[in-house]
Design a protein around this ligand. Sequence first.
Ligand SMILES: NC(=O)c1ccc[n+]([C@@H]2O[C@H](COP(=O)([O-])OP(=O)(O)OC[C@H]3O[C@@H](n4cnc5c(N)ncnc54)[C@H](OP(=O)(O)O)[C@@H]3O)[C@@H](O)[C@H]2O)c1
Length: 344
Amino acid sequence: MMPVNGDTDEEREMEKFKAFKLTEVEKKIRAEFVEVTLDDLDPGDVVLRVAYSSVNYKDALAATGKGKILRRASCIGGIDFSGTVLSSTDPRFAKGDAVLTVGGEYVGVSHDGGYAAYARVPGDYITKVPPGMSLWEAMAFGTAGYTAGIAMVRMEHEGLKPANGPVIVSGATGGVGSIAVSILARLGYHVVALTGKESESDWLKKLGAKEILLRQSLNLEKIKPLDKAMWAGAVDNLGGPVLAWMASTMKENGVIASIGLAASPQLNTWVMPFILRGARLLGINSGDGSADVRETVWRRLASDMKPPLLKEMCRTIPLRELPGVFDDYINAKVTRRTVVDLSE
Ligand SMILES: NC(=O)c1ccc[n+]([C@@H]2O[C@H](COP(=O)([O-])OP(=O)(O)OC[C@H]3O[C@@H](n4cnc5c(N)ncnc54)[C@H](OP(=O)(O)O)[C@@H]3O)[C@@H](O)[C@H]2O)c1
């Protein structure tokens, strides 16, 4: 146990706290609550009280074992967290700083993550919460929102602007998709939401989608090399045939942000959209967080890219309810971001 100087409530609580741990046992994942102390956590320069974590598709893949996400035998889950620094030997952070981490390659995967009341991490893993954003909002975004933010900034960098034409978003009711819809609408784009959930059409319109396109209405069996040119931009969370269809329907110089693989990790497509229409395919990797990109994206998420309905786009659950939410992510039943409250 780390030395404690007094006997405050916080120090007593720190002696033992609840964590949601993932362990690989005979090629399956055992996901369970355990009691840990600070000394059980992986080493790091910064100790913090976690305020919130969140649930992403990747967290669900990790906790259910449906994807090979864990990079070691056992680890506290949760790829995202926000919280307040309690102590730091890294000069960039001081006691009381509000900090966050999202979408990195280590936290919740090969370094103990955010599904615990306390975390201890190297300073390189965290970033300060930008002015204009609360700890809760940081996790309302989480990896999903940060990734949508990177996609937006990268597409703008490639020249995308509202006057270029409509932008389509697949997996629109998911975490990345719903935040992308909202950000694009707020920035003045004509947004087309591509979804498998007709019942969520009104919700997607409320978020700012001008049109709803049902995935079931697409003919993905036979994708043409070049189809009717419709989209100036595309945000793809599915991969597979949907991404191939998007490529064949891009307008001249259209830009696609490839984010996810919720339908398939494979891509079978034609070169015509790229060499005849100048379409561009941008790979978006939330783990590739140079300090510059991180700072720009978080600053914009706290200001002109903040969705007006961010509160309504999330539900907040206590840590104890976490095990019950993962299957819905795997079965594409989720329509809100899930923020996990670590205060109890
Ligand atoms: N590149 C990166 O750094 C990065 C970062 C974050 C996430 N991701 C990836 O991006 C994707 C979306 O993440 P998320 O957190 O938004 O996930 P999510 O909240 O679970 O949303 C995914 C959405 O995709 C659709 N969907 C799910 N399964 C599907 C299937 N089998 N076939 C067709 N559509 C399906 C559903 O939307 P509709 O019902 O509305 O169609 C679902 O709501 C995931 O693949 C995730 O791994 C990548």
